[in-house]
Design a protein. Structure first.
Length: 312
């Protein structure tokens, strides 16, 4: 651990998870330009760490095991906005310095920025002894972005509306995934825009559902049973066709993973990170080795894991 992130008095350490979308159905575009969605989220063991300490102003430093060159260090940063929002909520007059160490790929469809924001909310709540409680933190989280409430909650959940109306979902046992990040990020608005364009061309396979988006009951049954094979049969992501249209090179990795023993391969969220579901830990390790031998970065993670929480 570096000196900048070592524990010391008056400093709070919070860890928050990245997420995978095990199922993602996208409704038609709404008049405000957004889409209603239905998602089954799972928090996985790829984490963001946030240290918060008192300061005169609101500042942030970002480092990590992933490329962080594209992460803003001003008020465009979601974690910094989270800290300001909480300070305003409780009338706190001081500032905070946030040290964030990232493991979740940037602009990779795994909710890393949202995890940073969730971690900042929990860290500042503890640092300032605000004791807001889960419901109030969730309310603030929903003002920051659709994935922030889930990074607070963790575990497995169904998200509807914009993805931020959350209901916990029962998930038995452990699910093993191999994650293949990609250096070239994909913009979420660009991916949704391409999906709308493909749908306007009347591609029936990806037409919006004729009802409100909903998670397939077979997905929820597979999670309750802890059955990775059944989950693989019904897992899907409506954004995948759009992401692959923008990044057709990702198909080669998807096909390699599925040929090499994955139960299913998915684009994670809006991509370009790919997620492969394995039958168990040993299968995941074999798949990780195969994908790594092909020159790709491959990470073995598991879920579900806890949401944003104070460490120590």
């Amino acid at each position: 651990m570096s000196g900048s992130t070592a524990w010391r008095p008056g400093r709070v350490h919070v860890r928050a998870p990245g997420k995978l979308n095990l199922f993602f159905e996208v409704g038609d575009v709404q008049p405000d330009g957004y889409h209603d969605v239905a998602s089954a989220y799972q928090a996985v063991s790829l984490h963001e760490d946030c240290w918060a300490e008192e300061a005169d102003d609101f500042t942030i430093s970002v480092t990590g095991a992933v490329d962080v060159s594209g992460v803003p260090s001003d008020d465009r940063n979601l974690a910094l906005r989270a800290a300001r929002l909480l300070a305003k909520e409780i009338g706190h007059r001081g500032g905070v310095h946030l040290d964030i160490v990232k493991q979740v790929p940037v602009a990779g469809g795994m909710g890393g920025g949202s995890a940073d924001a969730a971690a900042a909310l929990v860290a500042c709540d503890a640092l300032w002894n605000a004791d807001l409680g889960t419901a109030q933190l969730q309310r603030l989280a929903s003002r920051l972005g659709a994935d922030v409430p889930f990074a607070l909650m963790g575990g497995t959940a169904v998200g509807t509306g914009r993805g931020d109306q959350l209901s916990p979902a029962l998930a038995k046992g452990r699910f093993d995934w191999v994650i293949v990040p990609d250096a070239g990020g994909l913009s979420t608005p660009d991916v949704y825009g391409r999906l709308d364009e493909l749908r306007r061309r009347r591609n029936v396979d990806i037409a919006p559902p004729p009802r409100a988006p909903a998670v397939a009951p077979e997905v929820l049954q597979a999670l309750r049973a802890g059955d990775a094979s059944v989950l693989a049969e019904h897992a899907r992501n409506d954004l995948q066709v759009a992401a692959l249209s923008l990044r057709p090179d990702l198909r080669d990795t998807l096909e390699l993973g599925e040929r090499s023993g994955a139960l299913v391969g998915l684009v994670s969220g809006s991509g370009p990170t790919l997620a492969f579901l394995a039958a168990g830990p040993e299968d995941a390790l074999e798949l990780q080795v195969t994908l790594s031998a092909s020159g790709r970065t491959a990470l073995h993670v598991h879920g579900p894991v806890a949401g944003a929480r104070v460490i120590g």
